[in-house]
Design a binder for this molecule. Structure first.
Ligand SMILES: [Zn+2]
Length: 186
């Protein structure tokens, strides 16, 4: 019984540590739990817990990309998908960008809008954020993909950030754009 009590104690401590970790701030406006919460993970009982290296990557993504974007827009950014462990990515990894989510280098986001906002307004905010990412010298990024209903953006801290710009059509089709093409088309 002693062994069992000890095991329970350890499990409890691990759980407490995990809960604490979820609440850590990655940058002034972003908490780790925003990047790990997933309805799909909950549905399938997947513990989507990032290793320390992925947490460091998420922090770099916040500091160099998401926080400057949030500051410039002056509007809350909602992370719709951040870190994905392998089990979670296997369930929803339908983007071409899957590996960057698995390393904590990427996030999918929307700009917060009022619940009464219509689709046009949501799309307008998304385009505003996309243009800000492309034109703001304070925002670094490796790849940005504008999809019909969200933006994927990534940052790498251990290599060159390519500033790759892509339009995603949401049906598995992608189109690479130069900065000028993106600014004139979107
Ligand atoms: Zn993505």
């Amino acid at each position: 019984m002693e062994g069992f009590a000890e095991l329970n104690h350890n499990l409890f401590n691990n759980l407490k540590m995990y809960m604490r970790m979820q609440n850590i701030n990655l940058s002034p406006h972003f908490e780790l739990r925003e990047f790990t919460g997933s309805a799909t993970a909950r549905k399938y009982g997947i513990v989507n817990e990032p290793p320390a290296e992925a947490v460091e990557n998420l922090k770099a993504l916040c500091v160099h990309t998401l926080e400057p974007l949030r500051e410039a827009l002056g509007l809350p950014i909602v992370i719709t998908s951040g870190y994905r462990c392998k089990a979670l990515n296997d369930k929803i990894g339908h983007h071409s960008d899957r590996s960057q989510h698995m390393k904590g280098q990427a996030a999918d986001l929307v700009v917060h809008t009022d619940s009464t906002d219509d689709t046009d307004n949501r799309r307008k905010r998304l385009i505003q954020a996309f243009r800000q990412i492309l034109t703001d010298p304070k925002i670094s990024f490796d790849q940005v993909i504008i999809y019909p209903s969200f933006i994927h953006v990534s940052y790498v801290s251990n290599g060159k950030n390519r500033r790759k710009i892509t339009k995603g059509y949401g049906n598995g089709k992608y189109c690479a754009l130069t900065r000028d093409e993106a600014l004139s088309l979107i």
